[in-house]
Design a binder for this molecule. Structure first.
Ligand code: FPP
Length: 246
């Protein structure tokens, strides 16, 4: 396209196909600046676009981000309400850019506890981007790994009770078909920012063989350069999946 600046493509050899990120450190980032925690969440939301845009340039096909956990309801009412409002505004503000840049958006997590307005926006964004063939962006909202496995097991048990599935047919191939992530590959690399080395109930089943990177950077300071560096480091790792050095 003449005259339209095209993003620079610089594919990383051995780039992880699916990267999942625990975006941690917004609150501390804001506190360090003497500002309320929500200020940090707003700064964190701005980073999301930069990281999403860098994915096709380096070869990441799937990006999954942890926006709100099933445990995050324990935060103050002000913070929870502020985050929910941020999610609504983020969807409204980013929809056009996500559609035009070919991003396919999905949400995982239990929607039942979310407010109707947010649920409708999430559904509309999924539908608006369902034909897109670019980066698969999955946003985990009211998501918890244990909750996901429990909900999946409940659905699976109903299928068994209805005679659609035999108990002996339940195995490592069957169960993931009931998870929220059923259409996604498992993450190759899980990144957590802010210096905490915990999984915090994120993609428990799916990350059984993922590589992990725990970095000190607080999420609002996490740049696409650091993201690319971590993806490049992944490219030289030797994943053995329980086997021996090849
Ligand atoms: C953890 O940092 C972050 C969250 C619970 C919210 C994540 C949300 C965003 C990055 C913003 C919006 C995202 C989207 C998709 C629009 P923390 O508050 O626990 O930080 P702390 O450990 O320093 O307190």
């Amino acid at each position: 396209m003449a005259g339209v600046p095209q993003p620079q493509v610089n594919l990383i050899p051995g780039c992880p196909r699916h990267v999942a990120i625990i975006m941690d450190g917004n609150g501390r980032w804001a506190t360090q600046r003497g500002r309320p925690r929500l200020y940090g969440h707003h700064a964190g939301a701005k980073r999301v676009r930069e990281i999403v845009e860098s994915c096709p340039q380096i070869g990441v096909e799937y990006l999954t981000i942890f926006a709100f956990s099933t445990e995050n309801w324990k935060r103050t009412q002000v913070e929870v309400a502020g985050l929910m409002s941020l999610f609504r505004r983020y969807i409204v503000k980013e929809t056009r850019a996500l559609i035009t840049s070919g991003v396919r958006v999905r949400f995982i997590g239990d929607r039942l506890r979310l407010d109707d307005k947010l649920i409708n926006l999430m559904n509309d964004l999924e539908v608006a981007t369902e034909k897109n063939t670019g980066v698969h962006l999955t946003i985990a909202l009211n998501y918890g790994g244990r909750d996901e496995v429990a909900r999946a097991t409940r659905r699976l048990a109903k299928d068994v009770a209805d005679g659609k599935l035999l108990p002996d047919d339940v195995d490592e191939e069957t169960l993931p078909r009931y998870l929220d992530t059923r259409v996604l590959p498992d993450p190759d690399l899980v990144i957590r920012t802010s210096g905490e080395a915990r999984i915090s109930n994120f993609l428990l089943w799916q990350s059984a063989y993922s590589e992990y990177e725990f970095v000190d950077t607080l999420w609002p300071d996490f740049t696409s350069d650091e993201f690319q560096h971590l993806c490049a480091s992944y490219g030289v790792r030797d994943r053995r999946y329980g086997g021996v050095v090849g």
